[in-house]
Design a protein around this ligand. Structure first.
Ligand SMILES: Nc1ncnc2c1ncn2[C@@H]1O[C@H](COP(=O)(O)OP(=O)(O)OP(=O)(O)O)[C@@H](O)[C@H]1O
Ligand SMILES: O=C(O)C1=C[C@@H](O)[C@@H](O)[C@H](O)C1
Ligand SMILES: [Mg+2]
Length: 165
């Protein structure tokens, strides 16, 4: 087994949680989903944290959970909004390489349902196209490894990530 930490980043719906657990099993390491870490820590759904604290409040709270990820984290599936905290990303990238699970805008639109039900962070009136444009550069800048998730199964994404390690 090739034991290593990996930090998965990318748009909501890119497959970070789905692929993350499969990767952890293949690598023989732990798996942390920071969305779940935050939900259990806060004792409420992410949508409720957004409703209660607003976008900036959510980002601050999320950053706290991201900074709490320990050195023996294994594979970490981050929330799509993790890249808004430079401090948190610096911490996560000190633990292991950042793997950007990339998805094109058209494929993403098909995969995502109602954005609000998914709890995607967005300003009033901000469309998925606008969010995609804003984040693309951030994911790209933090990525050590980039793997496309379009037209491939989660297992094939796992194989593609392992090939690049
Ligand atoms: N390679 C793939 N091909 C098709 N569908 C996929 C693939 N990977 C994941 N999915 C599906 O896409 C949806 C979103 O996946 P997932 O929840 O893992 O995304 P995520 O990146 O963790 O999103 P979030 O940032 O919101 O947590 C799920 O329904 C999942 O089954
Ligand atoms: O991309 C986003 O804006 C988000 C994605 C989810 O994983 C959560 O981290 C949260 O609901 C925000
Ligand atoms: Mg997820």
């Amino acid at each position: 087994m090739r034991k290593t930490n990996l930090i998965l980043i990318g748009m909501p719906g890119a497959g970070k949680s789905t692929v993350g657990v499969l990767l952890a099993k293949r690598l023989g390491v732990s798996f942390i989903d920071t969305d779940i870490l935050m939900q259990t820590g806060e004792g409420c759904y992410l949508q409720e944290t957004i409703a209660e604290h607003g976008i900036d409040g959510f980002r601050r709270i999320e950053a706290r959970y991201l900074l709490s990820v320990p050195p023996d984290c294994g594979v970490v599936a981050t929330g799509g909004s993790a890249v808004y905290s430079r401090k948190a990303m610096t911490h996560l990238k000190s633990l292991g390489p950042a793997v950007y699970l990339k998805i094109g805008l058209e494929a993403l639109k098909k995969r995502l349902g109602n954005l609000d039900k998914r709890g995607v962070l967005r300003m009033p009136g901000q469309t998925i196209d606008m969010i995609y444009e804003e984040r693309r550069a951030l994911y790209g800048a933090y990525a050590d490894i980039i793997v496309s998730t379009v037209g491939v199964t989660p297992d094939q994404v796992v194989t593609a990530v392992l090939r690049q390690l």
